[in-house]
Design a protein around this ligand. Structure first.
Ligand code: NAD
Ligand code: WQD
Length: 378
């Protein structure tokens, strides 16, 4: 029933990052390395490239075989592979990004999504438990709020039915991970509900690299700007919002990545004075070494809403061109407005998002123009 202790220096702490070659994972690995942690990436490269791992090394100033960053091409559903990795590294905590994330595809392929996201997480947690690793940060999503009951959305806002299998996997996994603590009070779980992550590292070396035609607004706009796509389709201009287009809380991926570093310090009892609160949070008795136990839930957003047209115009400023756009019908399942209350993360994690929409678009443009075909440009 033991758990690895986080009551030590970052330099002595090893973080296993599933999905660490992906968009948010790669940026988080950079911030973890900057903060002094040792990092082990497990990624099957189903939606990413090993080039991203090499770029993380480059940004962090590591030589290729530096022991502070290990990479394994492995699927989290592969129990034997995971078991070997946990045997080879003295893992203290897990940041779990690995999963499929395309909303529309999840409607067509529910079995693939439930297997990969839900079953994959179950295998990961079982193997972790077998190695006494019970500190876990999970990538959840604002999607769990469904049509939000109020704006800005606090962590107390009731969860609503998901509108697609992807959203259900996030909602279900929040429940699974909360139940782990209820069944075994050694678990120390943080559920981070991301709003809309965009942008890229300021070096232009890592960023979002969607396969095929992007589903999300920012990569679509970026590909119009670089000349790969002709025109931005704006999904609806008749919402009850200031300019009629949908409003979202866009957050710079580097800010988001730093939120994970803050969450680890919070789990270690190094920041934050209060107890976990918010619907579904469970405040556990701190362990003898001062580290936390329980389930903490945090929104990671900026608290600012931007419309689709705000984004198009910010990107125009970033790339110095006018971008063609065309109003299209609303997209099924979209809500009008969605933005976060970020007080809890500020008060408890000591974390706030620093970068504004112009900076997000400037960094996104640098990544896109330096790598017009993503990592395939390398
Ligand atoms: P991403 O696709 O870029 O990263 C996910 C990574 O996981 C990829 O590198 C992929 O190869 C890997 N992966 C997938 N299944 C795997 C498996 N079974 N075993 C090993 N590796 C596997 O996506 P992202 O945008 O970086 O998202 C990271 C996490 O954050 C996901 O869980 C996603 O659902 C969640 N999230 C993303 C957003 C967003 O808008 N990007 C918003 C909220 C939550
Ligand atoms: C943003 C706004 C669109 C594309 C999704 C997931 C969510 C989370 C984040 C993972 C909306 C509009 C979009 C386009 C457009 N992911 N739009 N033209 O839908 O807020 O959130 O990513 O957890 O679960 O649903 O993000 O970027 O798709 O859309 O007008 O080509 O841009 O209608 O208003 P969304 P998005």
């Amino acid at each position: 029933m033991a758990n690895k202790s986080l009551a030590k220096n970052h330099a002595d702490t090893c973080v296993l990052v599933t999905g660490g070659a992906g968009f948010i994972g790669s940026h988080t690995c950079v911030e973890l390395l900057n903060a002094g942690y040792a990092v082990v990436i497990v990624d099957d490269l189903s939606n990413s490239s090993e080039v991203a791992v090499n770029r993380v090394r480059q940004i962090a100033g590591l030589v290729p075989d530096d022991p502070r960053l290990a990479f394994y091409k492995a699927n989290i559903l592969d129990r034997e592979a995971l078991d070997r990795i946990f045997s080879e590294h003295d893992v203290d905590a897990i940041i779990h990004f690995a999963g499929f994330k395309a909303v529309g595809e999840s409607v067509q392929k529910p079995l693939e999504y439930y297997w990969n996201n839900v079953a994959g997480t179950l295998v990961l947690c079982e193997v972790a438990r077998d190695h006494d690793v019970k500190n876990l940060v999970f990538s959840s999503s604002a999607t769990v709020y469904g049509e939000p009951e109020f704006i800005p959305i606090t962590e107390d806002c009731p969860k609503h039915d998901a509108t697609n299998p992807y959203g259900w996997t996030k909602s279900m996994l929040e429940q699974v991970l909360s139940d782990l603590y209820v069944g075994d009070n050694e678990w120390n779980v943080v559920l981070l509900r991301y709003f809309n992550p965009i942008g890229a590292h300021e070096s232009g070396l890592i960023g979002e690299d969607p396969k095929g035609i992007p589903n999300n607004l920012l990569p679509y706009v970026a590909q119009v700007a670089v000349g790969k796509l002709a025109c931005v389709g704006v999904f609806g201009d008749d919402y009850d919002t200031p300019d009629g287009t949908g409003v979202r809380d866009y957050i710079h991926v580097v800010d988001l990545a730093r939120g994970h570093v803050a969450a680890l310090d919070w789990m270690a009892g190094k920041v934050g004075t209060g107890e976990p609160r918010g619907l579904g949070s469970v405040a556990g008795e701190p362990a003898a070494d001062g580290t936390r136990r329980g389930v903490g839930i945090f929104n990671l957003g900026t608290g600012t809403g931007s419309s689709v047209l705000d984004v198009v115009h910010a990107f125009e400023r970033a790339c110095g061109k006018t971008l063609p756009y065309e109003i299209k019908p609303r997209r099924a399942g979209d809500v009008a407005i969605n933005y976060a209350a970020c007080d809890k993360a500020r008060e408890e994690l000591g974390w706030v998002a620093e970068y504004d929409l112009d900076r997000m678009c400037a960094d996104s443009w640098r990544w896109q123009s330096m790598n017009p075909d993503g990592y395939a440009s390398a």
